[in-house]
Design a protein around this ligand. Structure first.
Ligand SMILES: [Zn+2]
Length: 747
């Protein structure tokens, strides 16, 4: 399989509204992919409707995108992003809401007062940003605030007054809670119990604020645009108000509807205010219509609020789809259940009805996922012409998710064309083409073993289980060995996973670097393998030995910078990824580690350091050779230089071989190393060397056997007045590889 290069995004995943539930996709990927296609029309289909940003980007690239979205919340987000009300409408909407009278008070003042707390330092009454709770307790244990009077900020223990206030609000909870159900589901509905359970993930105070605000939504007379702005803000508040905010946690992405043992209760009114800036800056508007209304040829979004199944024959008749795009959905019980709840709150029971099943269904396992995806892929294959490409982005790829996606697609007749994987933190990019449904074959362990072994040999260094698993899945897909004949998806997935487990455990050519027993932990590598020059792996030591991927990336980055001074990171990615496609895609962390070692950043531009210009390095190498010879002379050794290696001899017997590098290509140096070898690297390479051995357990193990020193150690040794052979050995043994400095991205 000829894998496509990974397409780098130019902007990290958006942190906008509800981003913790939306697929974390870099911006720029879908437009770059589309620009490389030669398509005969401009109708695209997103059958998943899972990522509003992805659809918008395609529409902005001049395509007409038909989207099926049965989740009312995703649909609303898509519409709001496509045609965002101006910021002034958000501000006005919030002002209108806040100005409503609640008794003698304004609503804004009333709701803010629910979050009053006393500043620990200046004793003023201020609003808390959040209260912190332990699951199951009836009062908060701490509060977080930023005092506008004395600037005191941070987390402080909750006061008696804070606890009293929480209890007072809880006393009227039953009433508000039953109002909250009634907007979602009828009293006699058998699914009522599920709605009740979902609402359990709201504390009394946020529930009170939300129901109070939502009840005013219907009575306010607002222009459609201002109403849309207000609904958008309330939607954010609905998410801010639940208990799914683990504390402390940096970037939570909840999948299950379960309350963490410690969590934050946000100040919902403050979150309404914050929403204003979150929704503004959504970019230029995009034509947006609901099926069957038409959108202009210049591009736009046509949404179908239902399932693909119902749309299939209409599309076939009227719309020539030239490519399929989408973020492949991974089950998210938390988001799906909450979406049903929020739809009821925002638009009433009728809006929940078509999506009500999301309230009821509680467990989404991978077999469920494979079955659901398979149904979508089947309908897709039915409505598309042969050979139509599908670009699927798979965010947060994890082995079981990948098995489920690739199995579902393969069984429905989508032929796998390419897989590009960077790290577990990046969306995987998969390309399929519609084809005939294959005849399923029984999965064969040797197919897996061959694929995994060959992948690891090509890589020349250990790989994460995710990479190994993906390499295996690709081989199974090519051999039509994913969906097992006569087996349902649950049995198929179990069987394939068992096969992976035994394929890895039983292969003596492989070695597992892990603190855990399970095959899916840690990293996998091959046992001291060299490749012959014909490319076939053999355990016999034969030259040329394979270079590790990490070393090859180092060479490629430096070569690129030599030819292209002042390059920006994205240009470098554009150069590297096509040369290291598919599962060989280097991580950003690795590229940055090389850049930081060799280059300086000036604005966005990277330039080789002066000392790393090739000519300067050559000069320095000569100096280091001279230095080693001088030290040797003081220790009464005879020196000779042979192809960058300085050899010390004692009466004809070799005692030391100094392999002097200007790079951190340690893997290569280790290939020729023996007991006498000392690898010498510039100090500027030490952090890169440390990075390499931290990400490569095999390198780390081998480096323990050999000595690695920096140029500067040799320089300082020459200054030592009395140098003996013993002190020399001690000094060389004690030169540590530096810990990586600063914040290096590990992967
Ligand atoms: Zn204060």
């Amino acid at each position: 399989m000829e894998h496509q290069p990974y397409i780098p995004g130019f902007k990290p995943a958006d942190s906008g509204p509800l981003s913790r539930f939306l697929p974390p996709l870099e911006e720029g990927v879908i437009s770059a992919w589309l620009s490389h296609q030669t398509l005969t029309g401009n109708w695209l289909l997103d059958p998943f409707g899972f990522s509003p940003r992805l659809v918008l980007e395609a529409a902005r690239s001049g395509y007409r995108v038909l989207v099926t979205a049965n989740n009312p919340i995703t649909r609303f987000l898509l519409e709001t992003f496509a045609n965002p009300p101006p910021e002034s409408e958000f501000i006005a909407a919030l002002a209108d809401l806040g100005a409503i009278k609640k008794g003698e008070e304004r609503l804004a003042g009333h709701l803010q007062s629910l979050y009053f707390t006393t500043c620990e330092k200046c004793d003023q009454q201020i609003q808390a940003q959040a209260f912190l709770w332990r699951k199951g307790e009836d009062t908060p244990y701490a509060r977080i605030y930023e005092c506008p009077h004395c600037r005191d900020a941070g987390e402080h223990p909750a006061t008696d007054e804070d606890k009293e206030r929480a209890k007072r609000i809880a006393a009227t909870d039953a009433l508000h809670r039953s109002r909250a159900f009634e907007r979602v589901i009828s009293l006699n509905d058998e699914d009522r119990v599920y709605a009740e359970e979902a609402i359990q993930h709201y504390l009394p105070r946020p529930l009170y604020v939300l129901t109070t605000v939502i009840n005013r939504l219907d009575s306010l007379t607002l222009s459609p645009e201002r109403k849309r702005a207000l609904i958008a803000l309330i939607l954010l508040a609905c998410d801010a108000g639940n208990t799914l905010w683990a504390h402390p946690s940096e970037r939570p992405r909840p999948k299950q509807l379960s309350t963490p043992s410690q969590f934050r209760e946000h100040n919902v009114w403050m979150m309404l205010e914050r929403g204003v800036s979150l929704f503004a800056a959504s970019g230029s508007p995009v034509p947006f219509e609901a099926w069957p209304k038409k959108i202009p040829e210049s591009g736009g979004i046509c949404i179908y609020e239902g399932r693909l199944k119902e749309l299939a024959h209409e599309v076939k008749k009227e719309i020539p789809i030239v490519a399929v795009i989408g973020s492949v959905p991974r089950p998210n019980q938390a988001f799906w259940t909450l979406s049903a709840l929020w739809a009821g709150w925002l638009w009433g029971k009728d809006a929940v009805e078509p999506y009500k099943v999301a309230l009821r269904r509680r467990r989404y396992d991978w077999a469920w996922s494979a079955t659901a995806l398979h149904a979508i892929f089947e309908h897709l294959n039915g409505l598309l012409a042969d050979g139509v490409p599908l670009l699927g982005l798979i965010p947060e790829p994890e082995p079981a998710f990948l098995t489920s996606v690739l199995t579902a697609a393969n069984a429905a007749g989508f032929k796998l064309e390419s897989v590009a994987l960077r790290t577990e933190h990046d969306a995987m990019q998969v390309i399929w083409k519609t084809a005939q449904k294959p005849k399923p074959e029984i999965a064969d362990k040797s197919v897996l073993q061959k694929a995994i072994f060959e992948y690891l040999c090509t890589r020349g260094e250990p790989a994460s289980y995710l990479h190994v698993h993906t390499a295996g899945l690709i081989a199974l897909a090519e051999a039509n060995m994913l969906k097992q004949p006569e087996l349902e998806f649950d049995e198929t997935l179990r069987k394939v996973q068992t096969l992976f487990s035994s394929a890895l455990k039983d292969d003596e050519r492989l070695t597992h670097y892990s603190t855990g027993e399970n095959v899916d932990t840690g990293m996998w590598g091959v046992v001291s393998i060299r490749l012959t020059n014909t490319g076939y792996p053999t355990t016999i030591h034969t030259v040329p030995a394979i270079e590790s991927l990490t070393d090859l990336i180092e060479i490629a980055v430096v070569t690129y910078l030599q030819k292209n001074p002042n390059a920006i990171f994205l240009e470098l990615e554009d150069d590297l990824y096509p040369r290291f496609p598919g599962l060989m895609t280097p991580s950003k962390g690795l590229i940055y580690a090389v850049l930081n070692s060799y280059a300086e950043k000036n604005g966005a531009n990277w330039k080789l350091r002066d000392e790393d210009a090739a000519s300067t390095r050559r000069e320095e190498l000569k100096i280091i050779f001279g230095l080693i010879e001088k030290i040797g002379k003081r220790l009464n050794y005879q020196s000779s230089v042979n192809d960058k290696v300085v050899v010390w001899k004692d009466n004809g017997r070799i005692v030391k071989k100094f392999n002097v590098l200007a790079s951190a290509l340690i893997n290569r140096a280790l290939e020729q190393a023996d007991e006498q070898t000392v690898i010498v690297i510039p100090g500027g390479r030490a952090a890169l060397a440390a990075y390499k051995q931290e990400r490569d357990p095999s390198l780390k193990a081998r480096l323990k056997k050999y000595k690695l020193v920096k140029y500067r150690l040799l320089r300082s040794l020459l200054e030592v007045p009395i140098l003996t052979r013993e002190t020399f050995e001690e000094q060389v043994a004690s030169d540590p590889i530096e810990e990586s400095k600063g914040q290096l991205m590990m992967f």
